[in-house]
Design a protein around this ligand. Structure first.
Ligand SMILES: [Zn+2]
Length: 139
C-alpha cells in the first residue's frame, strides 16, 4: 500500500502534460513524474515506442537515462503517466496487465472530451485497481 497523500502535480506541469498529449494524439503520450514525497517536481516526456492509440511502451534505454537522472537529482519516481487520446481515464486491461512497477501511482490523462482534459490516478497491484488521489496545485 502506497502512502495515500494526494499526488500533487503543479499546474505548469499539468499544462505540459496536456500539451504533450495533444501533440501526440491520436497516439498515446507517456512519461514519468518524479519528485519528493508526494509532490511531482519533474516531468520526463517519454517516447511511446508502440506508436499506438490504445497502448504505450517506454524505451528501456530512455527509462535507464531517466532513472540515472532522478537518482542524481535526489528524486524518486512517483508516477508512470500516459494519455488516453480517445477514451476515458479508466485503465485498460493492457494497462492493468503491464502495471508491474512497484510503489508508483499510475496517472492517466484523458482527452476524450475536447477542451476538458481529465486526469485520474490509480494504484494497480496484482491486477487490482484502486483510485488514488491526485491534485493539481499552484506553482
Ligand atoms: Zn491506457
Amino acid at each position: 500500500m502506497i502512502d495515500m497523500d494526494a499526488l500533487e502535480i503543479p499546474e505548469k506541469m499539468f499544462e505540459e502534460m496536456i500539451e504533450q498529449a495533444n501533440e501526440a494524439a491520436p497516439v498515446e503520450a507517456c512519461g514519468i513524474l518524479a519528485g519528493k514525497k508526494n509532490r511531482a517536481e519533474k516531468f520526463y516526456k517519454m517516447v511511446n515506442v508502440d506508436n499506438s492509440n490504445t497502448h504505450f511502451m517506454m524505451l528501456p534505454e530512455e527509462q535507464f537515462e531517466v532513472t540515472k537522472d532522478m537518482r542524481s537529482a535526489g528524486l524518486k519516481m512517483l508516477a508512470i503517466y500516459h494519455s488516453h487520446p480517445e477514451t476515458g481515464t479508466r485503465p485498460s486491461q493492457e494497462d492493468i496487465r503491464l502495471a508491474v512497477t512497484p510503489d508508483v501511482i499510475y496517472v492517466i490523462l484523458s482527452l476524450a472530451n475536447p477542451g476538458e482534459p481529465d486526469i485520474k490516478a490509480f494504484e494497480i497491484e496484482a491486477g487490482v485497481v484502486t483510485a488514488a488521489p491526485v491534485e493539481i496545485v499552484k506553482g
